[in-house]
Design a protein around this ligand. Structure first.
Ligand SMILES: Nc1ncnc2c1ncn2[C@@H]1O[C@H](COP(=O)(O)OP(=O)(O)OP(=O)(O)O)[C@@H](O)[C@H]1O
Ligand SMILES: [Mg+2]
Length: 276
């Protein structure tokens, strides 16, 4: 079977008088519908890997190796293709959600108008059909008052609502692959669980392939079929979630697992305190 996403020997280099390799030799292929978690400490290269896959790196950062995405008709090589030529692939095949919803949302445009763009541009919807698609998309991400949200600017809605709008925007053109880079890190703990639940439901209902990035192993292991562990820009381990949690082979992975276990011991009391 053709991989939906095939990353081969992916590297990211920072150009300059003395070029620095920030990401080295990431190698992983995802089958359609597969969910990959990427985990690693801050600065380990997770976001650069995500941006390279999306074809969003620009000078002085450059990606090398190969990233092939199956668009349903063609397999597109992302590396070396000019960013503008990837606009359509990004819209229709790859959706992205980032830590900060403002990364994908325009503060100067009403929510409804922003969300209308992909439906008009990629699906050719107009008039009432377009308006209906926008309201349905807002309702689908469980925003209670789609009409009001559509009329709002993003400073008029909460952080959790913004991330729901960003998710609706990422899903609008029906992508086969969703890349979520720490989508809940910036949110209040009480809001995080709802967003994770929403992402999981959308991925399942739409049969999407998922790359889910987090520094939080318990969160990743609740979502992913396989986990890729990064450290210092290198892929140190790749395995099924059960293997990573139960029998990590790299000492760094073992450390992450042990740390999350210690956190588990601590959390029930902390959560009880926080909920009071
Ligand atoms: N635009 C840039 N210019 C120079 N160095 C960069 C740039 N972006 C990232 N880096 C460096 O590359 C390394 C990897 O960064 P990256 O953002 O991928 O880490 P990360 O794993 O996503 O971390 P975090 O968990 O904090 O989000 C870091 O050392 C970072 O300082
Ligand atoms: Mg990051």
């Amino acid at each position: 079977m053709t991989a939906l996403l095939a990353i081969e020997n992916l590297g990211v280099r920072l150009d300059g008088p003395e070029p620095i390799d920030l990401v080295h030799a990431v190698d992983v292929a995802l089958a359609p519908g597969e969910r990959l978690g990427i985990i690693g400490e801050s600065g380990s290269g997770k976001s650069l890997t995500a941006l390279a896959v999306l074809g969003l790196l620009g000078h002085p950062l450059a990606a090398r190796g190969s990233v092939r995405v199956d668009t349903g008709g063609d397999v597109v090589e992302v590396i070396g293709t000019p960013s503008r030529r990837l606009d359509r692939v990004r819209g229709t095949t790859m959706g992205a959600v980032f830590q900060e919803p403002l990364a994908s949302l325009d503060p100067l445009m009403r929510v409804g108008k922003q969300l209308a763009w992909p439906f008009a541009h990629h699906k050719g919807l107009r008039g009432e059909a377009l308006r209906g698609a926008v309201l349905d998309a807002l309702a689908d991400v469980q925003l209670a008052e789609p009409e009001r949200i559509a009329r709002s600017y993003i400073h008029e809605i909460s952080g959790g609502q913004r991330q729901r709008v960003a998710i609706a925007l990422a899903l609008a053109a029906g992508p086969r692959l969703l890349i979520a880079d720490e989508p809940t890190t910036a949110l209040d703990v009480t809001v995080q669980a709802g967003i994770l639940e929403l992402l999981q439901r959308e991925v399942t209902d739409r049969g999407m392939t998922l790359v889910f990035i987090s520094h939080d192993l318990p969160v990743v292991s609740g979502i992913a079929d396989r986990v890729l562990v990064m450290r210092d820009g290198r892929q140190v381990e790749l395995g099924t979630t059960a293997q990573i949690l139960g029998a990590p082979t790299h000492p760094y992975t073992a450390q992450l697992v042990a740390a999350s276990r210690r956190l588990d011991d601590f959390l029930p009391r902390a959560a009880a305190g926080g909920a009071a």
